[in-house]
Design a protein around this ligand. Sequence first.
Ligand SMILES: [Mg+2]
Length: 246
Amino acid sequence: MERRRRMTLPHLPPDAALFLDFDGCLVEIAPRPDAVVVTQALRDRLAALTRRQGGAVALISGRDVADLRGHLGGFEGIIAGSHGSELSLSPGRIELLHGAAFDVAALHAAAHDRAGPHPGLLVEEKPHGVALHYRDAPDLRGYVEAVMDDLARAHPHLMLQPAKMALELRPAGVGKDSAMAHLMGLPPFAGRMPVFAGDDTTDEPAMAEVQSRGGFAIKIGDGPTAAAHRLPDPAALAAWLDAHLT
Ligand SMILES: [Mg+2]
């Protein structure tokens, strides 16, 4: 089944706009977000794709831009980070795509207070929210849900976003889909057919967005999806991308 789907994956036209999620898509999910492995092959692949697509390549990630640029060392392309809250068109430049200002340090502190007694939990501080990871303590899922529900009630301008073995609070009203729509209004993306690959529930609105614009979406891994195409893992996506570079 997977093999047949892989074989029917469309060609990536050089004049398409390419949007790529990071974790679970370009790289394997790591036990901790900071333990992710970025190879030189991946850096080279992204640079070559950006050249091939005339600059119309963007990473769209739940990670914040600074974190992602740190992991990708030397990547000069476009990044939409923090689930579409931040946009970086070039290194050293970050613009915010949402306007709600609030005391994010207090939110981080509250999350640390609640996670502190449980060594298996990991608080990930985001520029405009917070994520609580329970990958190392899956039995604490119910506790994490209760904590994040409490924090969500205290911050009505934030929304709860489930992710893989994590729950996140992020600004309401923005997402990977809205960041993609913003980029599709800018050169060199405007007028192109969008293509998007992602792996998580957070990617589904963007899957629908590209398909509503006449493009195609690729789901990486298992799970329900709106995407018309599927690949089993990041290695398969890398192989499909590389097939356009030879
Ligand atoms: Mg992902």
